[in-house]
Design a protein around this ligand. Structure first.
Ligand code: ZN
Length: 223
């Protein structure tokens, strides 16, 4: 009964257009679900994400689920994931990505899923790493390990949205550190791919251990 009262007082709304949705719908109304801007970039070397990564970082493959544009549905989703305490959105998007890539042989190579780490100061402020649930879900779907300890963030950087590619790359250098010498093929997971500086930096650190390989996945990417 309380559930009914609550859902009458606070009906569930679509994250995209804010219309009221039935409680059975997860995050979006049917119309917004149909309008999800899929990037159709399966995990491989044949896409612009792969090209954008610093070539000295040597990734194996790259993929993204959605195109990220300002003032669109994808921005709203990422905003809720990051700042509105909705990390379960990442879990849902991870499942969609897995379904789209299910027959891709590159997935079978992955041995461990690592979220791009956030600094402990930011973790304290936000209470969660926005891609943790996404990473955990992927690890369970890929039947492999989920690992939040091999890569840590040692430098806290302020908001970087205003800085250019080279400035970001410089600031990102040495922001991450490996904590062990395990040799694995890692799937590195981030929320938004913009310049690729963060993912390049993480990859360089992970591949410092000879034999380690890195593929990358971002929930959304700029075009
Ligand atoms: Zn909607």
């Amino acid at each position: 009964m309380w559930q009914d009262v609550l859902s009458t007082l606070f009906p569930k709304r679509c994250i995209g257009c804010e219309t009221i949705i039935p409680s059975s719908q997860l995050f979006l109304c049917e119309r917004c679900t149909c309008n999800l801007p899929f990037a159709h970039l399966p995990l491989n070397k044949e896409n612009f994400l792969y090209e954008k990564i610093d070539p000295t970082a040597k990734i194996e493959a790259a993929s993204s689920l959605l195109f990220f544009k300002k003032d669109t549905l994808s921005q709203k989703l990422i905003h809720h994931l990051k700042y509105k305490n909705r990390p379960e959105l990442g879990e849902w998007l991870a499942k969609i990505w897995f379904e789209q890539n299910r027959h891709n042989s590159a997935l079978a190579e992955i041995e461990s899923v690592i979220p791009v780490p956030i600094h402990s100061k930011r973790l304290k402020k936000r209470n969660y790493n926005q891609v943790s649930l996404c990473g955990r879900k992927l690890a369970s779907l890929l039947n492999c390990e989920y690992d939040e300890t091999t890569l840590i963030r040692i430098h806290h950087l302020e908001s970087q949205t205003q800085s250019g590619k080279y400035e970001r790359m410089n600031r990102m250098k040495n922001a991450f550190q490996r904590t062990n010498q395990e040799v694995k093929h890692y799937l590195l997971v981030d929320d938004v791919f913009t310049t690729g500086a963060t993912l390049s930096s993480c990859t360089k650190e992970l591949t410092k251990v000879e034999g380690s390989k890195v593929s990358i996945f971002a929930l959304a990417t700029t075009e």
